[in-house]
Design a protein around this ligand. Structure first.
Ligand code: ADP
Ligand code: MG
Ligand code: ZN
Length: 656
């Protein structure tokens, strides 16, 4: 494909195609009405026609398509009826004067002949059979014109829809991708890594990807495969788009940028063809990066029910994307970068190995991250001496990068409103209040009390899991809210194929640790443990009914690996067994809860210390736990967490 279908920012403005449509429409209307004007004839009935013939006023009759007769008067007739019309040299009217609609052709011919014979006119008139005289015009007027008008209308409509992203919006370009290309010649984004605060891990990964593109052999030499797709996942406003843009600025390779919604159009097949086009363009520019922002617009899980219809267009777009990603080799020098804040709704096929097999998590910033973001956005502000970044970072728990950028801007506006010369601390505090007001509606803001509860809850998980031999060792705990959840703990699962009853049980105790800590410290429990309870209940149910780990039920498994039994309707066990199951599940969970209570009661100091550290720092790591509780005696291999390649699993705690 030529590359001119890629919009170059700052390029020449295109000719406005709108005018072509206007001119076309005007011409067509002109033709239409001109055609009309040509024959303003009056329709006559048979009686009138007979009269004309009897009077000898008719010069000729043209039979059109055996349907209409056009009647031309002679000089005599004209003088009598159309004195303003001049006859031509043969004494005939230049245009037909009357038309007659023919019912039966034979009868008509007969009548004309008979009337003339009877009245014996001087110059008998014969009927000229003119076939298809105005066939072309008729076709144009009746068929082509509406069609052309329709097409013109459609084009105008499409232009309207494609506006904003494309100069021309020509119909022939609808299947072309709307990706923006940034390369050596045009680097309109002057965003660099310096503008992205925090996100150090994400940056390291991104730098590695750029390195993949530049020195592929360095990695493939040993047989390794370069990832084809990298997914940036995280809540809105955390800097995913910003990070991707900074890659465009840093990478020095061509960078195609497109938003997922740009593929979507109301016309079937357009999305798929745009995907194809995008990848074709990219392959020609390799090594290069394709960035698809908000990929959930096309990457949503495909409907399971084919009867549902769903959104076929979106599905075929997604299918095309999957095909394209499979189609190019790992070494073709194209890496697809995508961003979303809804990784949970993405189609599983997208995440499969060989597609978006790398995921970079972009989380809400912690205390240090927020301070750095403040620094980035304060660069161009005139600040008073009393502005303290650490203090501001402490005041903004749960804020995203975008929220902080907003705070800085709001503060500048507030200072300007008061005609100040510099922005003071109070302006920032006012701005924060203001933005919290907006955020509160979104249920994102945590009060100091809530923060304390969350800290103890998370500390409860951390403490119990640290002190139980078979629970997963902890990697990181945070009380920075992530999406809907209020806090999270990361554990490093050991690689094990078989899990013992003991291990499962210890995990349950650790999961109950959150609620137990609330009970121990505050004497009351909250709704914050919903997902913990869900997890623990499922776990206990599985232990009793699937794995045969319960003494009462014994070595039975009601698991159905074929997936064909619908246990929702018919249970494979009796009512009596059902009761026993319920009772055993409940017993197991309560036992775990009480064990968690015991552990926390006997380690209250450690728990409190940990919670206070969490409140202060918002994030703590395994090392901090080691300082408080000492090494786990059963961990001989202390640096095992770093050495292992396991993905840490995350535990989220939903609020309300
Ligand atoms: P999203 O993750 O939703 O794509 P954006 O990248 O669009 O978020 O971020 C919106 C704005 O928030 C950015 O333009 C920037 O001003 C600010 N921002 C977000 N994260 C950061 C960050 N880590 N450092 C600096 N600014 C940030
Ligand atoms: Mg974005
Ligand atoms: Zn919890």
């Amino acid at each position: 494909m030529e590359e001119n279908n890629i919009k170059k920012p700052g390029g020449k403005k295109r000719f406005n195609f709108y005018w072509i449509y206007v001119i076309l429409t005007v011409i067509l209307f002109g033709v239409y009405f001109a055609g009309r004007d040509e024959a303003p004839q009056e329709e006559v009935d048979l009686g009138q026609l007979i009269e004309l013939l009897q009077q000898g006023e008719v010069s000729k009759i043209d039979l059109i398509n055996k349907e209409n007769a056009e009647i031309y008067l002679n000089e005599k007739g004209l003088a009598k009826r159309f004195p303003e019309v001049k006859a031509d040299r043969k004494g005939t009217s230049p245009t037909p004067n009357y038309t007659y609609r023919i019912g039966s052709l034979e009868r008509f011919e007969e009548t004309v002949e008979r009337v003339q014979q009877e009245s014996e006119v001087a110059h008998p008139v014969y009927i000229n059979n003119v076939q298809h005289k105005s066939w072309g015009w008729e076709l144009l007027l009746n068929l082509l014109l509406p069609l052309i008008l329709l097409v013109v209308f459609w084009m105008v409509l499409m232009r309207g829809m494609g506006r904003g992203n494309m100069g021309g919006g020509q119909i022939f370009n609808i299947g072309k991708s709307k990706a923006q290309l940034f390369d050596k010649d045009n680097v309109p984004v002057n965003v660099t890594f310096k503008d992205v605060a925090g996100l150090e891990e994400a940056k390291v990964e991104i730098i590695e990807i750029v390195d993949f593109l530049k020195n592929p052999t360095k990695y493939t030499r040993l047989g390794g495969k370069i990832p084809k797709g990298v997914l940036l996942v995280g809540p809105p406003g955390t800097g995913k788009t910003l990070l991707a843009k900074s890659v465009a600025g840093e990478a020095n390779v061509p960078f195609f940028s497109i938003s997922g919604s740009d593929f979507v159009e109301m016309f079937v097949g357009v999305g798929a063809s745009r995907v194809r086009d995008l990848f074709n363009n990219a392959k020609q520019k390799a090594p290069c990066i394709i960035f698809i922002d908000e990929i959930d617009a096309i990457g949503r899980a495909r409907g399971k029910n084919p009867m549902n219809g769903g959104n076929d267009e979106r599905e075929s777009t997604l299918n095309q994307l999957l095909t394209e990603m499979d189609g190019f080799g790992t070494n073709s020098g194209v890496i697809v970068l995508a961003a979303t804040n809804r990784a949970d709704i993405l189609d599983k096929a997208l995440m499969r190995a060989g597609r978006f097999d790398r995921q970079i998590y972009v989380e809400l910033p912690d205390l240090i991250g927020r301070k750095e973001i403040f620094e980035v956005h304060m660069r161009n502000l005139k600040l008073a001496a009393d502005v303290d970044r650490d203090f501001l970072a402490k005041q903004t728990p749960g804020f995203s990068g975008a929220d902080i950028a907003n705070v800085c801007n709001e503060a500048a506006l507030m200072a300007a409103r008061k005609s100040k010369d510099e922005i003071g601390k109070q302006d920032f505090l006012d701005a924060i209040d203001r933005i919290i007001g907006g955020l509160e509606k979104k249920n994102k803001i945590i009060t100091a009390d809530e923060k304390k509860v969350i800290a103890f809850h998370e500390a409860g998980h951390a403490t119990t899991s640290w002190l139980l031999q078979y629970a997963h060792p902890l990697v990181k705990v945070t009380i920075v809210p992530r999406g809907k959840s209020l806090g999270a703990a990361w554990y490093l699962p050991e690689e094990r194929q078989i899990t013992t009853k003991e291990q499962l049980y210890h995990e349950m105790v650790a999961t109950m640790g959150g609620r137990a800590a609330e009970q121990v410290v505050f004497g009351q429990i909250s709704t914050g443990a919903l997902s913990d309870l869900e997890k623990v209940t499922k776990q206990a149910f599985a232990m009793v009914t699937y794995y045969g780990l319960d003494e009462e039920i014994g070595n039975l498994s009601y698991y159905d690996s074929t997936g064909q039994q619908d246990y929702a309707l018919t249970k494979p066990y009796s009512e009596k067994t059902a009761e026993v199951i319920d009772q055993q599940v409940s017993k197991l969970v309560e036992k775990a809860y009480h064990e968690a209570l015991d552990i926390l009661n006997s380690h209250r100091d450690g728990l409190t210390q940990l919670a206070n550290q969490l409140i202060e720092k918002e994030v703590i790591f395994g090392e901090d736990l080691e300082h408080i509780f000492g090494k786990r005696p059963w961990d001989q291999d202390t640096n095992q967490p770093e050495a292992s390649n396991n993905e840490p699993t995350t535990e989220n705690h939903e609020g309300q």
